[in-house]
Design a protein around this ligand. Sequence first.
Ligand SMILES: Nc1ncnc2c1ncn2[C@@H]1O[C@H](COP(=O)(O)OP(=O)(O)OP(=O)(O)O)[C@@H](O)[C@H]1O
Length: 263
Amino acid sequence: MELILEVKHAVCGYGKKSVVENISLKVANGEVVCLLGPNGVGKTTFFKTLLGFIKVQKGEILLNGKNIADWSRKSLAKMIGYVPQAHTPPFPFRVLDVVIMGRTPHIDGGSYPSRKDIEVAAEALERLGISDLKDKIYTEISGGERQLVLIARALTQQPAILIMDEPTSNLDFGNQIRVLQHINDLSKNGMGVIMTSHFPNHAFLCSTKVALMQKNKCFKVGDVNEIVTEDNLKEAYGISVKIIDTKIGKNKILKSCIPILEE
Ligand SMILES: Nc1ncnc2c1ncn2[C@@H]1O[C@H](COP(=O)(O)OP(=O)(O)OP(=O)(O)O)[C@@H](O)[C@H]1O
């Protein structure tokens, strides 16, 4: 199903205070948009607005042309999944039960999860290579494992668009790359993904589009090669960076950025 999330001239913030100004962005099926920007610039605030947790101050957010405020919570939850930064919940749920919670929008009020819901949850754990965590207690696993469980929970929701707030934070080097691989595979299967990362190299590895937020409230969006440049990274993060090309296989060039320490 064709689905487009469109943000038009959005201003987001808390109460009367605006944090991000004039953001315009589109995410369609199969696209991976990587949101980059320094700490405190407003990435999470923007996500909270996209998810309807806080109201957009100006502008509009449309899902298939219809304002998200006009979608019911349940139909919005079937369309848009969210992977928050890993947290410790107050209750010691079993990992499989945490993942099954992702099926909530598909379960009629008052009903129990069906055999199919349990199967979908077990498949998501399998897909992320963490089936062995199934019977463990969520509060007793590591931060990185919790991050993978939250991704599995979002997959069971089977949304058309997945919003991921720093999906690779807390993960070791191998799991970071495996998560980026999953994001790539999901987008190839038609899911639209919008994610944040603190690593511009992640944008080179898996994004089709990059949105760069800067402290001066300047917002740039475009193709990864057009946005992730030495000048833009210097302006956004205040450090010197070299961007290099590496030949991967026969015809593929992978760009990557190398930070340069001052002498
Ligand atoms: N509930 C809140 N009420 C008022 N201001 C807030 C609230 N939450 C965050 N802010 C402010 O909004 C700004 C942006 O915060 P936000 O968490 O969106 O940044 P971020 O880009 O996601 O940062 P990071 O990369 O560190 O996660 C910060 O200045 C923060 O103090």
